[in-house]
Write a protein that binds this ligand. Structure first.
Ligand code: ATP
Length: 192
């Protein structure tokens, strides 16, 4: 049986319970053996955004994932710096794990944009996509050559933008992020 590896790229600015539920649903429904959280240095789709420093986003990820044995954090995009293209990361995994099956997790809001991703033909050859429903996103068909599956999951209306807005407004973050992440955002005065 081929090992199944999941790659979960994103800004994680900050990581929230939506991400963690996505991770759990993907592991359970697709039977992933391992899942890598891969924070982007700069998302190609958010060119104007200046995310919190990578060191802070990584700190929050470590707090959120502490104790989970199937989850790992991969800092390669942060270390490469600049705009983070998924294909560079996927090529690295394909090289390191030639005998594994690679899955790439995305929210349903990103399926429509896949044909615009860099080196889309190669990307489609190297990974199968796992799509998690998001509220307000109708089920979207994959444009060829992409293939993947939509998880049953359930739409959860949590987004990092909402969390940043709540932190800025001084509103509680409980039940939106893990308690340790809420504490760190407060203590380090992030997103004010
Ligand atoms: P922002 O609100 O800043 O745009 P975000 O909450 O969408 O951020 P990202 O870190 O950019 O978070 O997301 C990483 C990946 O996780 C993306 O593919 C995104 O679609 C997906 N994702 C984030 N939140 C959810 C959610 N609640 N349900 C399903 N997918 C999600």
């Amino acid at each position: 049986m081929k090992q199944k590896i999941g790659l979960f790229g994103g800004s994680f600015d900050p990581v929230h319970l939506g991400h963690l539920l996505v991770a759990q649903a993907a592991c359970e429904e697709a039977g992933l053996d391992r899942l890598y959280f891969i924070p982007a240095a700069q998302s190609p789709f958010k060119p104007g955004a200046s995310p919190a420093p990578a060191s802070e986003r990584l700190r929050l990820l470590r707090l959120a994932l502490a104790g989970g044995n199937r989850y790992e954090i991969d800092e390669q995009e942060v270390l490469r710096g600049g705009v983070s293209y998924s294909i560079d990361t996927v090529r690295d995994y394909a090289r390191r794990f030639p005998d594994s099956k690679l899955f790439y997790l995305i929210g349903a809001d990103h399926v429509g944009s896949l044909p615009k991703w860099r080196a889309e033909e190669e990307l489609a050859r190297l990974v199968e996509f796992i799509v998690i429903p998001r509220p307000g996103q109708p089920p979207t068909e994959f444009a060829p050559p992409f293939q993947g599956r939509m998880l049953k999951g359930f739409p959860l209306g949590v987004s990092a933008s909402e969390i940043r807005a709540r932190a800025r407004a001084g509103l509680p973050l409980d039940n939106l992020v893990p308690p340790a992440v809420a504490g760190a955002i407060r203590n380090y005065r992030l997103y004010l």
